[in-house]
Write a protein that binds this ligand. Structure first.
Ligand SMILES: NC(=O)c1ccc[n+]([C@@H]2O[C@H](COP(=O)([O-])OP(=O)(O)OC[C@H]3O[C@@H](n4cnc5c(N)ncnc54)[C@H](OP(=O)(O)O)[C@@H]3O)[C@@H](O)[C@H]2O)c1
Length: 329
């Protein structure tokens, strides 16, 4: 029987206004925010909204050309310091280290980190540079490593906030402990669901460790419901498979809410003060609507699984978090 973490965090979130929008984001003047995957979809909308409220936005992106186009859009929205692009490929730990070093060298605090980038249900089994499954490697391990390497910069902020973007798909997730990188049998949706459950377990454990270390860092999670973005463009299939995938993509996008709406839960999670640790925000009607507190897969409350995933992530990436005095376990 899994040990279960209490859901005090969720229970103590005050009732959210029904129509919380980007206009309700508090003034972010003087704050620095890093958003992964900020060149597209929810990440781009998040970067725009944070920059519009005065934050210095650092857009961590893997594709230079797409990032340059997105930078123009975010710059147009910005009311504070000019946003910048930081090259980051979460599927390559060398790139993750380079990006974190680049950010740390600035010696300025990072107030907000939005772990947003992701890939979904890739039809072919692709591996990251270090040989991890692309979904586990990008969505979870890359963000685990990036957050850990940014910890010194996060801890320089008075009340750092780490938001990790999960998904409704986490409901179907289980950690494949025997084979987390799907070497024996790759089932693409199970791989995606695992990575999104991992995002929730990571949030719970990061928040617990922060509190154990006496830090003011808060880790929270959000999901966007079903939002019209490029996430559904995975491609890579041929013939009838490709036609079916294109049809499925059109169908999903036609039912989805606009990306600006989908970004609201992660914006709420990133900016609203006094949000309790390990809170989980999502759309009011699960796949669409304004943000509110939401429920999660019961497995995401398992402290045993959260700890075990943390240890596995330490081992696979070789990165241990440095909390300064008194490293928690
Ligand atoms: N849209 C939805 O309905 C939905 C539902 C549930 C959860 N989500 C989650 O929302 C998050 C954002 O997705 P989205 O819907 O906005 O999709 P999107 O438009 O495809 O954006 C995904 C972003 O992640 C970036 N990315 C992918 N692999 C990366 C890597 N190895 N290194 C760095 N960046 C990488 C992409 O960069 P490129 O442009 O270079 O590919 C892109 O900027 C994901 O975590 C996704 O799982 C979305």
């Amino acid at each position: 029987m899994a040990e279960v973490q209490s859901d005090r965090a969720v229970a103590s979130i005050p009732f959210l206004p029904r129509r919380w929008t980007a206009a309700d984001i508090p003034d972010l003047t003087g704050k620095t925010a890093v958003v992964t995957g900020a060149n597209s979809g929810l990440g781009l909308r998040t970067a725009e909204a944070l920059a519009a409220r005065g934050a210095q936005v650092l857009m961590a992106c893997r594709n230079e050309v797409k990032a340059a186009a997105a930078l123009e859009q975010v710059t147009e929205a910005a009311t504070g310091p000019k946003p910048e692009v930081v090259p980051l490929d979460l599927a390559d730990l060398t790139s993750v280290r380079r990006a974190a070093d680049h950010l740390d060298v600035r010696e300025s605090p990072i107030d907000i980190l939005v772990n947003n980038a992701g890939v979904m249900a890739l039809p072919k089994h692709i591996r990251t540079s270090q040989g991890f499954d692309a979904q586990f490697g990008t969505n979870h391990l890359g963000h685990y490593a990036f957050t850990g390497l940014l910890l010194p910069a996060l801890l320089r902020a008075p009340a750092p906030r780490v938001v990790t973007v999960s998904s409704i798909a986490a409901w179907g997730g289980m950690i494949n402990w025997a084979d987390p990188n799907w070497r024996v049998l790759y089932v693409r949706w199970l791989a995606y669901s695992q990575s999104k459950l991992a995002n929730l377990l990571f949030t719970a454990e990061l928040d617990r460790r922060a509190r154990a270390a006496g830090s003011t860092l808060t880790a929270v999670a959000a999901h966007p419901g079903l939002s019209a973005t490029h996430l559904y463009d995975a491609g890579g299939e041929k013939g009838a498979g490709a036609r079916l995938a294109a049809l499925q993509q059109r169908l999903l996008v036609s039912m989805a809410q606009p990306d600006r709406m989908g970004a609201l839960p992660q914006l709420y999670a990133a900016t609203m003060p006094s949000l309790p640790g390990n809170a989980y925000l999502g759309p009011a009607f699960e796949s669409f609507g304004y943000p509110r507190r939401t429920l999660r897969n019961p497995l995401a409350y398992s402290r045993i699984q959260a700890r075990a995933l943390w240890r596995m992530s330490e081992k696979l990436t070789g990165i241990e978090y440095d909390w300064g005095a008194g490293t928690p376990d």
